[in-house]
Ligand binder design. Sequence first.
Ligand SMILES: Nc1ncnc2c1ncn2[C@@H]1O[C@H](COP(=O)(O)OP(=O)(O)OP(=O)(O)O)[C@@H](O)[C@H]1O
Ligand SMILES: O=P(O)(O)OC[C@H]1O[C@](O)(CO)[C@@H](O)[C@@H]1O
Ligand SMILES: [Mg+2]
Length: 469
Amino acid sequence: MVNPGDMQIKFVPGTAGYVLEDVPHFTDYLPHLPTYPNPLQDNPAYSVVKQYFVNVDDTVTQKIVVHKDSPRGVHFRRAGPRQRVYFESDEVHACIVTCGGLCPGLNTVIREIVCGLHYMYGVNKILGIDGGYRGFYAKNTVTLTPKVVDDIHKRGGTTLGTSRGGHDTSKIVDSIQDRGINQVYIIGGDGTQKGAAVIFEEIRRRGLKVAVAGIPKTIDNDIPVIDKSFGFDTAVEEAQRAINAAHVEAESIENGIGLVKLMGRNSGFIAMYATLASRDVDCCLIPESPFYLEGRGGLYEFIEKRLKENGHIVIVIAEGAGQDLLSESLQSMDQQDASGNKLHQDVGLWLSHRIKEEFGKKKMPINLKYIDPTYMIRAIPSNASDNVYCTLLAHSAIHGAMAGYTGFTVGPVNGRHAYIPFNDVGKAALFNKPAELLEPRDIAEAKKEELPATSLLDGENCKETKVNK
Ligand SMILES: Nc1ncnc2c1ncn2[C@@H]1O[C@H](COP(=O)(O)OP(=O)(O)OP(=O)(O)O)[C@@H](O)[C@H]1O
Ligand SMILES: O=P(O)(O)OC[C@H]1O[C@](O)(CO)[C@@H](O)[C@@H]1O
Ligand SMILES: [Mg+2]
């Protein structure tokens, strides 16, 4: 089996340190395929727009903060429609699959792939794979038409179902081949994109004219390179309701403590952004920045200080935070989900008990309300801005597949949509972090991995984990 890490990336060097990290194309292994004029040329909705098509040489830079003499760095191929395509409309047989955890916007992406293929490229054969990767070989498919998907974007979840585990590359590619599918749209997180990478490699090994396009999904926002993952905004917005409730409860009672646990398996993006947006949070605890409970500078000391000053405190904790402390005091669970992701213990519940215990010992009465909106923030439909974003992702994926690109993930890099090699999406999520949220630990990690120093330049502006009002 091919490991995603073993895959070759097409590096195209240019002058002044310019590097294009290109994505694979059919012509890399099927050199003599015919091309056709893009049907969008004749579409009245598009033909009026000046310069609708993307120039084949357009690229998007990963690094926009540069110095006079610094190399121009890594670039990605710009997403968008091309003048020539590698499929005739009635030749396309597409399929869509969703894998991993839920995320607001999954249905919007599905809807826009179906509608985009149909209305922009005249495609009529689109299958939905039921229940994630294993659905390729273990379940029936559903036929997707614009009518079938018409209002699915108004619902949370994924109309196709999803799953973890069950990725069997040979069986999946056999199923793709047997069904005559030639465009595969794969929506999912880092694990899913790794799975997509091995599917692509197997397809290339078999010499099939099948485009594999990934659409990155995770509310954790921990996919590198791209600016932001879809559904993240919606999740942060929904988290405000929980924080608000915690604040109302805490400030209405003497020594009130509102504690909210938010998703983020190994990343604190949701917790941090929800905190910054709310302004009601006194303390935000994230996995990227370790904390401790006792002694000077510890959490107990901070809580006591805040209660004495303000009479109440609101704490937000990401689900992956403090797991080292939990395993010290509880028996280590060491369990995994079906995809091999480590299952965390409930840090919110644990912290509630510890705080109650500590202030009980101190004989300082407190009133702690623990709110755990975990699945509520991701099982909802996407908001307006995520809907627009999902549409752009779906369209970028379609244009790329039609133009013969394959083995790529779509996403915005510094605001411009681009085609990114699968490999890049499997790396650590450091690039994704806003400079002002970088921690010294990030910098140490990055140095260990010998990432280009330039990607960390802005990290000098570090910030403490505790967010004071
Ligand atoms: N290295 C890998 N190679 C092949 N398949 C993989 C790999 N990692 C994960 N997968 C498959 O990808 C699918 C989704 O993986 P996972 O459960 O880790 O979720 P994810 O895509 O990372 O989404 P999220 O973590 O945001 O919920 C699963 O079916 C899993 O078997
Ligand atoms: O309980 P499930 O569905 O396996 O998913 C939980 C995980 O999925 C995510 O929402 C996305 O990775 C994480 O924040 C969370 O740990
Ligand atoms: Mg994941």
